[in-house]
Design a protein around this ligand. Structure first.
Ligand code: F3S
Length: 277
């Protein structure tokens, strides 16, 4: 089987940075999973003794606590500091930006609209920076705009870093027609789109497409969706053990891409195995 890698794939800047930070603090632990990739988290645990807190109550004074790439809610950060833990912040700077925008704009009297998944840790963290949580609204679809009651007639919007720009634009267009003032901040991260554009191009020219990444990672799932648009034989796997040889029957060229949290060593294992089919 011939294999072709996407022109852009895998780790983004924020994830590389978080892993570098974690590797510097052996015997530390992270607040929530550091990144959305179980294999890499296991490697950090085995090689660097980086543990994982399930709950804030597990943190003891003088513990070294690493904040994950997606950030944590403001109150959790305060509670950690109050416990006299040593807090190391590995939040991606592109996630810190919307947190700070939400804080500043709500202090200036704007209602806040976040385009994103209200259950995602990044969005929960960003939302927590609003001054009045009842006036921080989270939506995934334009149609949800009709159900919102903004307290102010000026609105500031940010987007979850991994969302699609086209949908954000659509929401913002609709918003400006119904409100006097809308401040739009483009907080979508380009790293995701470089991988997405490359996956789109590659999926048009291959017979089968393999997307490697965490099954709970939203940017990996989006790579899968995009690939499926052009290549119906597109499969999402976490590592090489999930490959099924029947996917490659009568196929010549296999395209490979990987989510922003997928380490190179996992990608290499997948490539090596596919080449043998
Ligand atoms: Fe940061 Fe963008 Fe990665 S927000 S964690 S650089 S996908």
């Amino acid at each position: 089987m011939e294999v072709k890698l996407a022109s852009s794939y895998g780790f983004c800047f924020g994830v590389k940075r978080a892993i570098d930070i974690a590797q510097k603090y052996e015997n530390s632990a992270t607040m929530g999973p550091l990144i959305h990739n179980k294999n890499e988290i296991d490697r950090l645990q085995n090689d660097y003794k980086v543990g994982l807190y399930r709950d804030l109550n597990e943190v003891k004074p003088n513990d070294t606590v690493i904040i994950r790439t997606h950030g944590i809610p403001k109150q959790d950060l305060k509670d950690l500091r109050a416990k006299d833990a040593k807090v190391i912040n590995a939040t991606c700077p592109f996630v810190t930006t919307p947190q700070q925008i939400v804080k500043k704009m709500s202090q200036e009297g704007y209602s806040i609209l976040i385009f994103g998944d209200s259950e995602h840790p990044e969005v929960k963290g960003v939302k927590s920076y609003g001054e009045d949580l009842e006036d921080v609204h989270v939506i995934l679809e334009k149609s949800e705009l009709d159900n919102l009651n903004f307290k102010h007639d000026k609105i500031a919007t940010v987007a979850q870093t991994t969302r699609k720009k086209e949908i954000y634009l659509d929401i913002v267009n609709s918003l400006i027609l119904k409100n006097k003032e809308v401040r739009v901040f483009n907080t979508i991260c380009d790293a995701t789109f470089e991988n997405q554009d490359a996956a789109r191009d590659l999926s048009k020219e291959v017979d089968v497409m393999i997307i490697i990444g965490g099954k709970n990672s939203s940017n990996t799932k989006q790579l899968h969706t995009i690939s499926l648009e052009n290549c119906s034989d597109s499969y999402l796997i976490e590592n090489e053990t999930e490959l099924d040889s029947s996917w490659f029957d009568n196929k010549k060229l296999c395209g490979i891409t990987a989510g922003a949290s997928t380490p190179d060593w996992i990608i290499q294992q997948v490539v090596d195995k596919i080449k043998k089919y």
